[in-house]
Design a binder for this molecule. Structure first.
Ligand code: SF4
Length: 468
């Protein structure tokens, strides 16, 4: 049993990244006829981890079910960042405990970022003994062994802060049209509010030749779009001596000929002119950038450990807009960081007014145990924070709507992804600028990039018709 220890995460070692090529084969008849139920919360990184977990379960013979009561094994892939994460975990565990009363052989597994939190693991051990296996973000590759070798006790294998990168990972991808491709793991930025460097460890970049090989393989399989994935993608390669920069990697991926290349998430501090030039140069690198602001106040940005000022952010924003034609930019903003004053908040509104974002994810600061910001004294009451969030959202939404309205009567290329969940007479897809479009015709065009005439715009989506 290995337990997590957040303090260990701070002791970054100079140990070189170790590349481990997985090649173990499992007997896919071992659990034949048995069902797995997998629930994933959180960011794209977790969603992509979920694709790996599904593949590992199927390598043992499990088949997917979307009904908990039919499952022989249930895996909860947790998130430590989003609001109510703990409530969601323990609420779901209540349902699992109930299901285990009806099916005593049910295996219950917890993984993901919360499984890397010391306090969560202790609570699982002490108060939830019916949980069978707990594994962390570093240990997904051990899932099959954890299941096969499980004894009649909790099996916990969660923490390692040394630098490993696993290759030859197999994924059960959710889509046959677009794919996530991990380019790095972990993060070394240690923004003061963020738990990620503790739960996902130090930055480890994959080798560019492996990434490009993975994308080439996806092209051969007919994929139209890849999203390069990492906590801080544009710091790619900085942990390695003889590796491409992120701009070089983008170029290599663009040259594979895949129709669309995206990436998420980039840090303003690591955003270079070389990157901007590369995005502008290649038509298949999409003109869409998620550029987290977090706060418009340089004072708060310093407290957050973000490494840029309001002025530097605005300068970067303008360089991107000037060089990359029609580039859509979205952002993340935290309101109510400890002791954020009215003046600080006005600075944030000022940046939103200047940048007129295509959209923004906005949050009220919520402390994460073990991070420096969680220990900061905070005199701002929740009502003030809620009022600020509401004011911010109204402003952000007005700019989103204005940005979307500019598309009306224009014909834009859209990658059609599938049938709309809300209205099965329609299909949905995304523009190159990542605008969601609901389309009245086009069921025969799923998986294709087609020209769409935009007929209407709302704050969060567009409506359109396919133009032959
Ligand atoms: S760069 Fe992103 S993932 Fe890394 S510490 Fe900062 S907020 Fe967290």
């Amino acid at each position: 049993m290995k337990l997590p220890n957040l303090n260990e995460a701070r002791k970054r070692t100079n140990k070189e990244v170790e590349y481990i090529y997985l090649n173990q084969k499992y007997d896919n008849k071992l659990f034949k006829g048995q069902k797995y139920f997998l629930r994933t919360y959180g960011c794209q990184m977790n969603v992509h981890d979920g694709e790996e977990i599904a593949s590992r379960l199927e390598s043992l013979g499990f088949e997917m079910t979307d009904k908990l009561e039919n499952a022989d094994i249930v895996i909860l892939n947790t998130c430590a960042i989003r609001e109510n994460a703990h409530d969601k975990l323990y609420g779901f565990l209540g349902r699992c405990k109930h299901a285990k009363k009806d099916n005593k052989d049910l295996i219950i597994g917890i993984c993901g970022c919360m499984a890397q939190e010391e306090s969560v693991v202790k609570e699982l051990m002490e108060k939830h003994p019916y949980v069978d296996i707990v594994f962390g973000t570093h240990n997904i590759h051990e899932l099959q062994d954890l299941i096969i070798n499980r004894k009649n006790k909790q099996d916990i294998e969660v923490y390692s802060c040394e630098g490993e990168v696993y290759e030859n990972i197999s994924y059960k991808r959710d889509s046959q049209i677009k794919a996530w491709v991990n380019i790095q793991y972990g993060c070394d930025k240690f923004c003061t509010y963020c738990i990620v460097p503790y739960t996902r460890g130090k930055q480890r970049s994959r080798r560019s030749n492996e990434i490009i090989k993975e994308v080439e393989d996806l092209v051969k399989k007919g994929y139209k779009e890849v999203t390069l994935l990492g906590q801080n993608v544009n710091a790619y390669g900085k942990d390695l001596e003889d590796e491409l920069s992120f701009a070089g990697l983008l170029e290599g991926v663009a040259k594979t000929g895949i129709d669309r290349v995206r990436f998420v998430t980039s840090h303003p501090w690591d955003f270079t002119n070389e990157m901007i030039d590369t995005i502008a140069k290649y038509d298949n690198i999409m003109p869409y950038i998620h550029l987290p602001l977090q706060s418009g106040s340089s004072r708060i940005l310093k407290l957050m450990g973000r490494r840029y000022t309001k002025e530097e952010y605005l300068d970067l924003f303008n360089r991107i807009k000037n060089k990359i034609l029609n580039c859509a930019i979205t952002t993340d903003i935290i309101v109510g960081f400890p002791n954020e004053t009215d003046e600080d908040f006005k600075e944030t509104l000022d940046v939103v007014n200047k940048c007129k974002y295509d959209s923004a994810f906005t949050f009220i600061f919520s402390p994460r145990e073990g991070t420096p910001a969680a220990k900061m004294e905070d005199k701002i009451d929740m009502k003030t924070k809620e009022n600020r969030l509401q004011e911010l959202n109204e402003l952000v939404n007005s700019y989103s709507l204005a940005a979307n309205k500019k598309y009306i009567n224009k014909i834009v290329p859209v990658l059609i992804e599938g049938i709309s969940e809300k209205d099965n007479t329609k299909v949905f897809g995304y523009t190159d600028t990542m605008k969601l479009v609901n389309i009245t015709n086009g069921k025969d065009k799923i998986g294709q990039i087609v020209n769409v005439l935009i007929t209407d715009a709302k704050s969060f989506s567009l409506d359109g018709d396919i133009k032959e």
